[in-house]
Design a protein around this ligand. Structure first.
Ligand SMILES: Nc1ncnc2c1ncn2[C@@H]1O[C@H](COP(=O)(O)OP(=O)(O)OP(=O)(O)O)[C@@H](O)[C@H]1O
Ligand SMILES: [Mg+2]
Length: 254
């Protein structure tokens, strides 16, 4: 079977910083993979390269068997890729519902603002409301984004990604800043989406939650993949513990 994603020999340098070196891995359809690593390891840079927001100096990104390295982000989204950002980026002057309607517009236009004036607007609103319900934001549709607490903004970020009906979703720290219960609910949502067929890459520092849902874990350190496999063997790995996990793993295991 064709892998949903293949990252082949990817490298990128920013000035004096070699942010990624010879990164290789594949993700099969339906997997949920945790991507961890200390601050500055290169996780967000890797996500940006997969999404086409940044271009690698060398290497290829292959989605569903097609080399997309030269394709812009919009084309990759139309092929079924969605990401969420480490720093949430909603349109603050709009309602919660309109943010999702707008994001959904990326399915069929490179200028999604036109969607807000589209004749199919009503159907798009109904679709958006259903997506908001899936992430736990039912009843919040008409609120201004500025009125939402962080926990809801992080859910909205997932809803905006879902709006494009992705086959592959990459989430950059979707739990950052959430309390224990909010983090659990957000991860439950992510696990449900995965169970419904969305291949998932979860970038997180919250190891407890990664271990709860991921069947496989990748570890980046200093721009290199230093471990890839079953989460419990990965966090027990001596090199991983030395490079990064240390206290956090002890904490998660406690
Ligand atoms: N646009 C850029 N210009 C220069 N350096 C960059 C740029 N983007 C990232 N870097 C550097 O590349 C390295 C990897 O950064 P990246 O943001 O990918 O790490 P990260 O693993 O996502 O970290 P965190 O866990 O803190 O989010 C860091 O040294 C960072 O300073
Ligand atoms: Mg990051």
């Amino acid at each position: 079977m064709t892998d949903t994603l293949r990252v082949q020999s990817v490298a990128i340098r920013f000035g004096g910083v070699q942010a990624l070196t010879d990164v290789n891995f594949a993700v099969a359809s339906g997997e949920i993979v945790g991507l961890i690593g200390p601050n500055g390891a290169g996780k967000t840079t890797l996500l940006k390269i997969i999404a086409g927001v940044a271009r690698p100096d060398s290497g290829q990104i292959v989605i569903d068997g097609e080399d997309v390295t030269a394709l812009p982000t919009a084309r990759r989204v139309q092929k079924g890729l969605a990401i969420t950002h480490q720093i949430v980026r909603p349109f603050r002057s709009m309602t919660v519902l309109d943010n999702v309607v707008l994001a959904a517009g990326h399915r069929f236009t490179s200028n999604p603002l036109t969607v807000l004036f589209h004749r199919a607007r009503k159907a798009e609103e109904e679709r958006a409301a259903a997506i908001l319900a899936r992430v736990g934001l039912a009843g919040q549709e008409l609120k201004a984004v500025t009125a939402l607490p962080l926990g809801h903004l992080k859910r909205l970020e997932v809803a905006r990604a879902l709006a494009v009906e992705p086959k592959l979703i990459m989430l950059d720290e979707p739990l950052a800043g959430l309390n224990h219960r909010e983090a659990e609910e957000q991860v439950d949502t992510i696990a449900r989406l995965n169970a419904a067929g969305v291949t998932t890459i979860l970038i997180e520092h919250n190891l407890r939650e990664v271990l709860r849902v991921c069947r496989r874990m990748l570890v980046l350190d200093g721009g290199r993949i230093i471990a890839d496999g079953d989460p419990h063997s990965v966090i027990a790995d001596k090199a991983v513990r030395e490079a990064y996990v240390g206290k956090a793993a002890d904490h998660a295991a406690a």
